[in-house]
Design a binder for this molecule. Sequence first.
Ligand SMILES: [Zn+2]
Length: 253
Amino acid sequence: MIDYAGLMTRAAMLRKNLGEDSSSPIDIFAMAQNIDKLTIVYYPLGENLSGMCIKGQEDNNLIAINSSMTLGRQRFSMAHEFYHLFYDDNMISVCAKKIDSGKDTERSADMFASYFLMPDAALQVRAESLAGEHPDNELTINDVIRVEQYFGVSHQAAVYRLMHTPYLSDSRGNAFLTESVRSRAETLGYSSDLYRPSPEGKKYMTYGNYISQAEQVLEQGLVSEGKYEELLMDAFRSDLVYGDETEGGDVLD
Ligand SMILES: [Zn+2]
């Protein structure tokens, strides 16, 4: 059984606990970097997995996100992993790519992610006003794109969720699921970043706790400079060892 009301409450409470309001689009990757003792790894996890959550000793936790999936999907995956991190008792979760499938825990995590990224009241207001423009009071594919762009989620995640509102019928929603929307979004004036995977240089990345721990053990003299660099290289952070040649140094802004 999926407890929709309970998941909606948990999503609203976590937004509040992490310092977000109850309706706005969020920068979930920045949010993840501010969670205490959390290491975030972006890594191409293959065709079938979207992410992983591993809870370690002393609250040293790790979330891995499949960087070969689109940006919109990676944002959804991060919210899904937040569910495992904060509300699931399992110590290790390995998550499949397909949305709303598998065990109840996986489906609950998907629904939680949807509520977390698209708070219900905000979504309903947007959907109602977009649908109100049409005589049949139903959303068009362009409206769905406006919704997914606003909240920063994948097309699939937006369609699934809007099918839970009165403004998108199952038959129309299922037809929208089979449509590729990247070029359509571009012609509406949006960037297509949401529909693309991470660029090559960003497919392997580590942020958060691991990086700051490595710095600390170096400062405390527990490891040599060489070992510190090795730790960073293991975490795909050659940019911290050699500097980032692509960006031409720090910019003051
Ligand atoms: Zn999962």
